[in-house]
Design a binder for this molecule. Structure first.
Ligand SMILES: [Zn+2]
Length: 305
């Protein structure tokens, strides 16, 4: 089985754009956008994702299309459902197709939003829908299900069985989600031959397919240094010691970024590194033996064979 891409770094994407309609929306398109909005209004952001609300919305949605539905649990308290929606193929002996997405999203800071993050505001002038999780990745299951609706309306019957999985906790590592799912008997029984996961949203009808994944390496740098009064110069202060590390990593970052800027490498072909958190200092005029913590996030693209 080949797993097609997922970009965790896209987790911070804030809005999804529905292509600006060149024509008045049809009744079907209007209802599709409404269903998308309904899903977006269920807050599945960490740290307290409403998985039950998402399941209560998605399971009847799938059942209305005639799909088989199942709810699996891999968390000890059974509070993190994994939804499995199935469109049976005409030849069940063939390896199946699995279309994956995740139920959860990263948190939102409403004060930084131009529209409330869970209101799913639809701007008819631009066609855009604003909501946390709109791109990452609540647009996916809605697109999957609406594509199935369209194929059914066209009279298409798949030879291979098509499964749609909606997993919990992807944004926090997936330990109680996909990680246990792929080790389960239920997963083996699906006989998956091909899987498509999330990638990048597209504003046009062109969809890019990735065949690699980014892996995360978190590095915590702690620097200590000599104490001294803030009004004096002295060697070996903690921040001074940390600067060597920052400059080294910054140089590496520049070199990687230059490869992308040159156009010879794609963003997925280099190592990205970003300082994401720093904890240091004291309001006292005395520079004590400081402990400076700088958290870097390294991401490297690795081909999944
Ligand atoms: Zn995602």
């Amino acid at each position: 089985m080949r797993r097609l891409s997922h970009f965790p770094l896209l987790a911070a994407v804030l809005l999804a754009a529905v292509p600006h309609p060149a024509h008045p929306l049809s009744e079907l398109e209007t209802s599709q956008i409404r269903r998308f909005q309904d899903y977006l209004r269920i807050c599945t952001a960490h740290p307290a994702p409403d998985y039950a609300g998402a399941a209560a919305f998605l399971l009847p949605y799938a059942a209305s299309l005639g799909l088989r539905t199942a709810t699996l649990h891999f968390s000890p308290c059974k509070s993190k459902p994994l939804l499995l929606l199935t469109w049976p193929g005409t030849d069940p002996s063939l390896p199946s197709i699995l279309l994956n997405s995740h139920l959860d999203s990263v948190p939102a800071e409403p004060e930084h939003w131009i529209h409330p993050p869970y209101a799913a505001h639809h701007d008819p002038a631009t066609g855009r829908v604003y909501a946390r999780g709109a791109q990452d990745d609540k647009c996916l299951p809605v697109q999957y299900l609406e594509a199935i609706r369209g194929l059914q309306a066209a009279g298409f019957a798949p030879a291979r069985t098509v499964h749609v999985s909606l997993v919990p906790d992807e944004e926090i590592g997936g330990e109680d989600g996909h990680e246990k799912f792929v080790q389960s008997e239920e997963f083996r029984a699906l006989n998956v031959g091909f899987m498509l996961d999330e990638g990048q949203a597209s504003l046009t009808d062109v969809y890019r397919v990735f065949y690699a994944d980014r892996l995360v390496w978190k590095l915590i740098v702690k620097a200590t240094g000599a104490p001294g009064h803030g009004s004096k110069l002295f060697d070996g202060a903690a921040v001074e010691n940390l600067m060597d590390c920052i400059e080294t990593v910054a140089g590496y970052r520049d070199a990687q970024f230059e490869k992308v800027k040159s156009g010879k490498y794609g963003p997925g072909e280099v190592v990205s590194v970003n300082p994401v958190y720093m904890n240091a200092g004291t309001p006292s005029p005395t520079v004590r033996i400081l402990l400076v913590t700088l958290l870097y996030r390294f991401s490297q693209c690795t081909l999944i064979q």
